[in-house]
Design a protein around this ligand. Structure first.
Ligand code: PEP
Ligand code: MN
Length: 290
């Protein structure tokens, strides 16, 4: 048993390995950057991989603007079975091609235990989608891999339930876990979800895990993304996950909450200023040691 875990199990806290009492902080290497330290890590890309041209254009654009990680869904959990479900394996191959060209590491969602090995061949970070925050067989199996895992908060999950999802992953051996706040369901309908920014400092007090904020799903509105990114960094987020599309009006999925490439560059410039104001920094890719 891990040192200190025995004593922790005796405590009342429902989570043990994720607890701040177990460890001061967790730093996760993703490609060239370190998540969970002084740096603020920017993950950006389309909601869904649509085709080679769309993905590569986005990847080049977000890299140029300063992103560190490329996001893009190949397996999409859609509310409707009649909506586009993602390109699957073909989408994974395109993500690998984008990494080969740009050097950006990849984060992409895995939805089922049976596809983890395949997704892990292409992904640098495995994303557990909000809908699967309490899918315990899936959490167990990503916990048996050696890939960093991002656990998105379920729209109906309390902070404790969300941290327990991370605990499930960690209890199977994988300690490289980050949490992602992406909005919860409230009575408010003016935004897609309610982005719970108070969860950032709270989760950082309770756990040693890096915290990412996804203002795209959190608000559903392109015009709110930049403000929420700046606020997230001011509140202590270790990174952001932003949907970006070269032509949001024509996006197959989530265009209304996707920035175009110019808006993304402006958002990054703002994040640099806020990061510096709070004693962090957004590393410039060209300055990051290989
Ligand atoms: C996504 O990031 O592509 C996604 C589907 O988000 P969520 O799981 O938070 O709804
Ligand atoms: Mn999306």
């Amino acid at each position: 048993m891990l040192a200190g875990l025995e004593q922790l199990i005796a405590t009342k806290s429902p989570y043990k390995l994720a607890s701040r009492a177990f460890r001061e902080r967790t730093i996760i290497r993703i490609g060239d950057v370190l998540l969970g330290g002084d740096d603020v890590v920017i993950m950006a890309g389309p909601c869904t991989v649509e085709n080679r041209e769309q993905l590569l254009q986005t990847a080049r654009g977000v890299r140029h603007a300063g992103a560190h990680v490329l996001r893009g869904g190949a397996y999409k959990p859609r509310s409707s079975p009649y909506s586009f479900q993602g390109l699957g394996q073909e989408g994974l191959a395109l993500l690998s091609a984008a990494r080969a060209e740009t050097g950006l590491p990849i984060i992409t969602e895995v939805m089922e235990p049976g596809t983890i090995a395949l997704v892990a061949e292409h992904a640098d970070v495995l994303q557990i989608g909000a809908r699967n925050c309490q899918n315990y067989p899936l959490l167990r199996e990503v916990g048996r891999t050696d890939r960093p895992v991002m656990v998105k908060r379920g729209p109906g999950c309390t902070v404790e339930e969300w941290i327990m999802a991370a605990e499930h992953v960690m209890s199977h051996g994988n300690m490289q876990v980050m949490l992602c706040e992406r909005g919860i369901k409230t009575f408010e309908t003016a935004t897609r979800h309610t982005l719970d920014l108070s969860a950032i400092p709270l989760v950082k007090q309770l756990t040693h895990l890096p915290v990412i904020v996804d203002p795209s799903h959190g608000t559903g509105r392109r015009d709110l993304i930049k403000s929420m990114c700046l606020a997230a960094i001011a509140a202590g987020a270790d990174g952001v996950l932003i949907e970006v599309h070269p032509n949001p009006e024509n996006a197959l999925c989530d265009g209304a909450q996707s920035l175009d490439l110019d808006e993304f560059a402006d958002c990054v410039a703002g994040m640099r200023l806020v990061a510096e104001a709070v004693g962090r920094r957004v590393p410039r890719r060209e300055l990051v040691p290989a």
